[in-house]
Design a protein around this ligand. Structure first.
Ligand SMILES: [Zn+2]
Length: 313
């Protein structure tokens, strides 16, 4: 989210218990097989926190929703409580986070919660929020995953759509790109390359069939470059940024270690990609490969990929 096309993190103290390896929590592996049922939450859950860019404290309540409802945000602080669908058509601006719009109603920095919902297998949810931006929490998707898993994930009497892609498709801007390649299993791979020595060139590849989202991706926190902080603040951004919710990279060192993973920045970019691609609704069985991309590139790619996809069921 805060991470620009290429940047990196810091380690925020969070009090969460971290997995010892990507091999843990195998029982949580996401089942995205063609015949699997749609899922929703067993109970409603609530989270309160401050938005990274707005600095505004908000409360989020995630409720179960009917089959085929998808994921919708309801701005309960606005007149008539308008709903904003979490779909690629609703994408508004993408400056350092993904913002959705329906009419005059907007909701910002949706990517970490959306990634968590996909990562734990939630298809249908109503997300009430009393402000303009999702809370950043510890900068990762882990608090969302923990809250949803505490509530429980329940199957519904409706099958997921089957989505297929017949031929490779990519979207490129300069040396940055996002690609989708038909593959025997769903996989996400992400590469970044920064001048900052603490980040440099790093990659991560994740398959939901091999590692759980909760263990391998959700704990990775957002990051920012120390040299960009003053500029971002003059733009009115990162008002809610602290050393507790974003990794800060200062050249060859991290301002607030320890890291949760050696390649935590690459994993966080992958987390952002999962959240942005979830705006497609149903994810095709492909290998997504991204390099030096951004929320803008992720969502542009998704919008252009959709006409290439075949939905059934
Ligand atoms: Zn992010």
């Amino acid at each position: 989210m805060i991470s620009p096309p290429n940047s990196q993190p810091h380690a925020a103290a969070s009090g969460v218990s971290l997995p010892l390896s990507d091999e843990s929590n195998r029982s949580d592996r996401l089942d995205l097989s063609e015949q699997s049922a749609q899922c929703t939450l067993a109970h409603s859950v609530e989270q309160t926190g401050v938005g990274l860019h707005s600095g505004v404290s908000v409360t989020v309540r995630i409720h179960p929703a009917d089959p085929h409802a998808g994921r919708c945000f309801r701005r309960v602080d606005l007149p008539n409580a308008p709903c904003i669908s979490a779909t690629i058509d609703a994408v508004d601006q993408t400056t350092l986070s993904t913002e959705l719009r329906a009419g005059e109603a907007t909701v910002r920095t949706v990517e970490h919660l959306l990634a968590a919902l996909l990562g734990v297998g939630i298809d249908n949810a109503l997300i009430e929020i009393d402000g303009p931006e999702l809370p950043l929490l510890d900068g990762s998707a882990l608090p969302w995953v923990d809250a949803i898993q505490r509530a429980g994930v329940v199957p519904q009497a409706a099958a997921r759509s089957t989505v297929t892609l017949q031929a490779p498709f990519w979207y490129q801007k300069g040396d940055a790109f996002v690609a989708a390649l038909p593959a025997p299993e769903l996989r996400f791979s992400y590469g970044i390359d920064f001048a900052e020595q603490a980040i440099g060139n790093q990659w991560h590849s994740w398959s939901p069939q091999q590692d759980s989202f909760a263990a391998a991706i959700a704990p990775a926190r957002t990051f920012v470059l120390a040299r960009q902080i003053d500029h971002l603040r003059t733009l009115g951004l990162i008002k809610g940024g602290t050393l507790e919710n974003a990794l800060v990279c200062d050249g060859d060192q991290w301002v607030n270690p320890p890291m949760r993973f050696a390649n935590e920045p690459a994993r966080h970019k992958l987390l952002d990609l999962v959240g942005d691609l979830s705006l497609l609704g149903a994810v095709p069985q492909v290998h997504f490969l991204a390099y030096k991309a951004s929320h803008h590139l992720h969502t542009q790619f998704a919008a252009q990929l959709r006409p290439q996809l075949t939905y059934s069921g």
